[in-house]
Design a protein around this ligand. Structure first.
Ligand code: ZN
Ligand code: ZN
Length: 189
């Protein structure tokens, strides 16, 4: 399937926003995919977020709050509601872009000053990605999976914005199998 291309840098920050939001389970209110400091550590490594201090329990708690807030952006009823949350996140994190080349990495952007604690650092980066998406007129790409058993959020990157499931392979397949069974059952009656 053809895909919209947002560029590698943007993709990374969008992934961060999506994975952050999905670490919060709205059904139970728990954070089962980011339940302890060790998992937060791997999460940061996976998303190539370098941070000077290893994460602490209080970082984790702040990240939990952040996760719930990011989910609200994806669930927002309209653009205005999403914008309000994102502007709040950016203001609260004191976001300000800065080019940096720490640890021998090529020049890249951070959205908070060096030394900013972890949660605002993540908030600014993920909020920027979603803010740019909205500024590009792509608010509709922020989606919640249509599968009944899945509440994951995702960024629809299909060219015609037609994706309904977080994972076409898993949730999409599961839904079509369920629909097929329902049709067969009807026929049998
Ligand atoms: Zn960096
Ligand atoms: Zn799904």
């Amino acid at each position: 399937m053809s895909q919209a291309n947002f560029g590698r840098y943007m993709e990374c920050s969008l992934d961060l926003a999506v994975d952050l939001a999905n670490s919060h389970d709205p059904a139970t209110g728990s954070n089962d995919r980011l339940s302890n400091v060790g998992e937060l550590k791997s999460f940061l490594a996976e998303h190539k977020v370098s941070h000077r201090r290893p994460p602490t329990g209080s970082d984790l708690q702040q990240v939990w709050e952040l996760a719930a807030t990011f989910r609200e952006v994806f669930e927002a009823a309209d653009q205005e509601a999403a914008v309000k949350i994102l502007n709040g996140l950016l203001a609260e994190a004191n976001a300000r872009p800065e080019l940096t080349s720490h640890d021998g990495e090529p020049w890249h952007l951070h959205y908070t000053a060096t030394g900013t604690p972890l949660a605002p650092r993540l908030a600014a980066e993920a909020a920027m990605a979603l803010a740019v998406l909205i500024a590009e007129g792509e608010f509709e790409r922020l989606q919640v999976c249509a599968a009944e058993t899945c509440l994951d959020v995702f960024v629809d990157q299909s060219r015609n914005r037609s994706r309904r499931y977080c994972s076409p392979e898993i949730c999409g397949n599961r839904a079509s199998v369920a629909a097929f069974r329902a049709r067969e059952k009807k026929k049998a009656l």
